[in-house]
Design a protein around this ligand. Structure first.
Ligand SMILES: N[C@@H](CCC(=O)N[C@@H](CS)C(=O)NCC(=O)O)C(=O)O
Length: 202
């Protein structure tokens, strides 16, 4: 077994973010597909959520902490911009994605559409204009930039992509076509080996 282990089932957007980051960095790892809130997950993450990560006897949870650790602890291409302003923009996007995009697009929309959660029609209805607003904000950047924080993919793109991939699987995914910059960014991301290799199977 590798001394690098990713814990958490691959359908999680956050697990996929870490999978992509490890692949981009060229780190070999073992992936244990534990479901949230199982004894196995609780042993490595007191919240029971996925993902968690270990490197030798060092264990981490919370996706942002894990992603930063991977970038800093291993050789390979940088996953964050070297420029302080671009890094600020990257962190702004990660915070926005975690605080607003994930709750809206995954919790309030995709989980209902995929019947993972019992439908709450009022919440789903409200999520549609909110999703459009979020896509519109992303479009302001992606209409003029290949990636969220400059001309190279960074952790911000790796946080966003798994969410938009899920959005693309439900009827509201058709909204993405109305935002050509976002649409082109998604296609650009889908060419990456890390994105292809991390795709969950259902
Ligand atoms: N703040 C956590 C969020 C992780 C998270 O929400 N994971 C979801 C799957 S994408 C999960 O484990 N959900 C199960 C639950 O909340 O019980 C992180 O950044 O790692």
């Amino acid at each position: 077994m590798s001394d690098v282990i990713l814990y958490g089932f691959p359908i999680s957007t956050y697990v996929r973010t870490i999978h992509i980051a490890l692949h981009e960095k060229g780190v070999k790892f073992d992936h244990l597909h534990h479901a949230p809130n199982t004894d196995e997950m609780l042993a490595v993450n007191p919240t029971g959520k996925v993902p968690a990560f270990s490197h030798g006897d060092f264990t981490l949870y919370e996706t942002l902490a894990i992603a930063n650790y991977i970038d800093e602890a291993f050789e390979g291409p940088a996953l964050k911009p070297s420029d302080a302003k671009q890094r600020g923009i990257m962190n702004q996007w990660i915070s926005y994605i975690n605080a607003y995009v994930f709750p809206t697009m995954i919790h309030d929309l995709v989980l209902f559409r995929l019947e993972i959660m019992p439908l709450n029609q009022a919440v789903l209805d409200a999520a549609i204009p909110t999703t459009k607003g979020q896509l519109s904000l992303l479009e302001e950047t992606l209409a003029n930039s290949d990636y969220l924080a400059g001309d190279t993919a960074t952790l911000a793109d790796y946080f966003l992509y798994p969410i938009l991939a899920f959005l693309g699987m439900v009827p509201e995914g058709s909204l993405i076509a109305d935002y050509p910059g976002v649409n082109a960014w998604k296609a650009r991301m889908e060419e990456k080996k890390s994105v292809i290799e991390s795709a969950p199977t259902f």
